[in-house]
Design a protein around this ligand. Sequence first.
Ligand SMILES: Cc1ncc(COP(=O)(O)O)c(C=O)c1O
Length: 309
Amino acid sequence: MKPTKYIWHKGRLVRWEEATVHVLAHGLHYGSSIFEGIRVYDTPQGPAWFCLDAHLRRLGDTARIYRMPLPHDREAMANACHEVVAANGLRSAYVRPIAYRGLGTLKVNGEASPVEVAIAAFEWGSYLGEEALRAGVDIGVSSWQRVAPNTLPTMAKAGANYLSSQLITMEAARHGYAEGLALDSFGHVSEGAGQNIFLVRDGVLYTPPVAAAILPGITRQVVLELAGDLGIPVREMAIPREMLYTVDEIFLTGTASEIVPVRSVDGLEVGPGHRGPVTERLQQAFFGLFDGTTPDTRGWLVPVRPSRS
Ligand SMILES: Cc1ncc(COP(=O)(O)O)c(C=O)c1O
């Protein structure tokens, strides 16, 4: 991680090294933290947020699910996001807003602990590596399943969900894979440790539905809409594991990972074992948003406001 000068913490900018929490913070003990990951891209019009509002909305949804009242409304959060990117002079960034239950009670019911918010911003290249965007990655189905319905809510982006993701991704690394893919508790394809998944067969795009224990990814939604623009038919449906071994193309999506082709699953090549044409078209449309070759017809990009100081 490349440190920046400032982090926005509890309502103001503080120096990076001063953005700390108490060791008895509720969130540290019981997983009561919720967060977002948002990107700022360096576009020809200057640094711009990608889907800022959708991310802050999802943070609000997560807060609601966990009955964690956020101390700042969406507009104040957006202002703080602009402030931290501008104050650090970043042209492109990965931005991490987090809300957590702080120091207060150590009872499991953390409602007596204050909800505190921090927003950090730093430079971060594509999560699975720049080369992976072209060459693709090898992934494996995890022996760990995603959480069952009505246990931990997967529509919520909570820190606790990433214990599941950690088990999946650590196992994948031990087996020599770039990433692990989880099935849901019914044995259907769910998602990667930190990415949604898409499959392509005979020109049709398939992705698991929200009920397959996935995080409803914002990149996933963007890809669904870009596919619509490109006339690529889409089916959101339960995906049996064996479909992974018979499709023409697979790719992963996420804010950190962007759009990454998958070249093999469980040691079996996907199609010819390199990036396929549908994946490439969607990548072109996606990355084209940031170099201006794809028109942003939906207002996904919002310029970063310059620093006031
Ligand atoms: C478990 C999980 N699924 C899916 C995604 C993709 O979501 P998004 O496109 O909103 O970043 C992420 C990344 O944040 C994730 O952590």
